[in-house]
Design a protein. Structure first.
Length: 155
């Protein structure tokens, strides 16, 4: 993995059965970068549009979620700290706002508790305002949301 993750979210239920998943937020200069790290079983096809960093496996033609839905996910049912989960999901939800994918933005925002009647980006700022800890990361996420707001409001 890259050194110096600002935030890490370990959730095997996001990865393949017999594998693992860790999401990590990194300082990428003016903004943050989210990287999905998977421990991938070598006998399972590798999702298209992924990069194998070590080991061996056969390249597949299916997308990540198609493989996970077909072959199963990890079974860890532990829940991450709610503030860490919110800080991890906020930029992911905001990328759908920036892409103008309203359906995905609303879906991700609803996972964070944003009501359907609220604009997804406004709701993401409200969720961020409820996070009380992790001040340096909270500020970086706010900057990310500010950039998305400028991007979509400048049309």
């Amino acid at each position: 993995m890259l050194d110096g993750a600002l935030l890490m979210l370990d959730s095997s239920s996001n990865g393949p059965a017999r594998g693992s998943y860790v999401g990590a937020m990194y300082d990428a200069g003016p903004l943050i970068l989210w990287v999905d790290w998977y421990g991938w079983p070598s006998d399972l096809e590798i999702p298209r549009e992924t990069t194998l960093l070590t080991g061996a496996g056969r390249s597949g033609v299916r997308k990540l979620f198609e493989i996970l839905d077909r072959d199963g996910r990890g079974t860890d049912t532990s829940r991450p700290d709610s503030e860490v989960a919110a800080l991890a999901m906020l930029p992911l939800a905001a990328k759908y706002v920036a892409r103008r994918d309203d359906e995905s933005a609303r879906s991700m925002a609803s996972m964070l508790g944003v009501p359907p009647s609220v604009d997804p980006l406004d709701g993401l700022f409200e969720v961020l305002s409820a996070v009380s800890g992790h001040a340096p990361i909270r500020e970086r996420v706010r900057q990310y949301l500010d950039v998305v707001r400028l991007f979509v409001r400048d049309d």
